[in-house]
Design a protein around this ligand. Structure first.
Ligand SMILES: *[C@@H]1O[C@H](CO)[C@@H](O)[C@H](O)[C@H]1NC(C)=O
Ligand SMILES: *[C@@H]1O[C@H](CO)[C@@H](O)[C@H](O)[C@H]1NC(C)=O
Length: 356
């Protein structure tokens, strides 16, 4: 008798604890984000389009990579840091009810060299105001110490003025993903913006475990898509035996891989655990492919041509742009001059520059 009473009580208690646990989990401040396939398919197209080197086509959203799921996107500002060979844009996607910010990855003539360098990147920069958090200085400063950041901030503010308080979605591929992550964090921490979502593709590691855990608390709505054997998410290396000292990804990874063969191949989208370094996701294979880095969801990533940071622009669009002393510039719809000069002879020929 006593025993069965005890048992009943234990069962009731454990049910209570279980449900309380579940309730607690559901209301936790940093729940793991849900992965939305539809959204990933859309954002990958923005991450692809930002590589386009013809700035006229990009600014007017008429480029070859601009007419799929991103049709109707309203460009607000296109930011080009000529000095550091960086490119980003801010605009409004009405169908997503969101401000979309996209960063271009590296535009070196040799992606192989860029990737080879990643093996040796040090954790060489303390992330300000977060104890023990370290990041890679190059990625950090590409966002924080160039004309990109002020350009993004002012564009987001003007987008908010024009369209109200929309969601903010930050995206990018490769190094553009690293910049997207720093941007999402910056907007949340330093500008108090709510509703910031980050989704990156083929992004390298950018900081250590302390940084990653901080990141996932501040920007919980983050998805990091990796593809098959793509090398870049494996870099800079993660040293399993030194979890505190090594680079460490933030969650949440979604790993794409293919199963089947012949005409029956299909893609699995594996939603990974909350560790950031799920051993059953991309870490379960060797990162040995550049090709897998350059195609996500069948969408071509990377540059559309092989030239180095060449800038192509229709001279008539100079009316929309403001330039600083170093030649970096922002093309802005809000700054636009409604009367585009028709006297083409008097307009300078397009900006053209090569940056090493
Ligand atoms: C996924 O994203 C799409 C595009 O933003 C949206 O229409 C849809 O409602 C989302 N689905 C879920 C389950 O949130
Ligand atoms: C920022 O860039 C300037 C010039 O490019 C450089 O002198 C400075 O050391 C950089 N600061 C940081 C924190 O990287």
């Amino acid at each position: 008798m006593e025993r069965s009473k005890w048992l009943t009580m234990v069962i009731i208690l454990s049910l209570f604890v279980l449900s309380a646990g579940r309730g607690f989990k559901a209301h936790r401040k940093y729940d793991l984000p849900r992965y939305n396939h539809t959204l990933a398919r859309i954002l990958v197209e923005y991450s692809s389009a930002v590589y386009i080197s013809d700035l006229t086509e990009l600014f007017t959203w008429t480029c070859s990579r601009c007419n799929g799921l991103t049709k109707g996107f309203e460009m607000i500002e296109l930011i080009v840091d000529v000095e550091h060979c960086l490119q980003a844009f801010v605009g409004v996607a009405k169908d997503l009810n969101a401000i979309v910010i996209a960063f271009r990855g590296t535009q070196e003539n040799s992606i192989q060299n860029w990737i080879a360098d990643l093996y040796w990147k040090q954790l060489d920069c303390n992330y300000p105001d977060v104890s023990d958090a370290m990041v890679h200085h190059g990625f950090y400063s590409a966002y924080h110490n160039t004309t990109v950041r002020p350009g993004i901030i002012s564009s987001v503010n003007s987008a908010k003025k024009l369209y109200g308080d929309l969601q903010i979605m930050v995206t990018g591929h490769s190094m553009g993903g690293a910049m997207a992550a720093f941007c999402g964090l910056d907007l949340t921490v330093n500008f108090g913006m709510q509703n910031v979502k980050v989704m990156t593709f083929g992004q390298p590691r950018i900081g250590n475990a302390a940084f990653s855990s901080y990141f996932s608390q501040i920007v919980p709505n983050t998805i990091r898509v990796t593809n098959e054997h793509d090398m870049v998410p494996h870099l800079p290396p993660y040293y399993y035996h030194f979890p505190q000292k090594t680079y460490h990804h933030f969650p949440r990874e979604v790993w794409l891989y293919h199963i089947g063969f012949g005409s029956l191949v299909y893609t699995v989208e594996k939603v990974c655990d909350g560790s950031g370094e799920d051993p059953t996701c991309s870490r379960s294979v060797s990162g040995n492919s550049i090709l897998d880095h350059l195609k996500y969801f069948g969408v071509q990533m990377g540059c559309d041509d092989v030239v180095r940071c060449r800038i192509l622009m229709d001279p008539r669009l100079t009316a929309y742009s403001t330039q600083d002393q170093s030649g970096n510039f922002i093309m802005s719809k809000s700054r636009s001059n409604p009367i585009i000069k028709t006297n083409v002879e008097n307009v300078e020929s397009g900006v053209s520059s090569n940056v090493l």
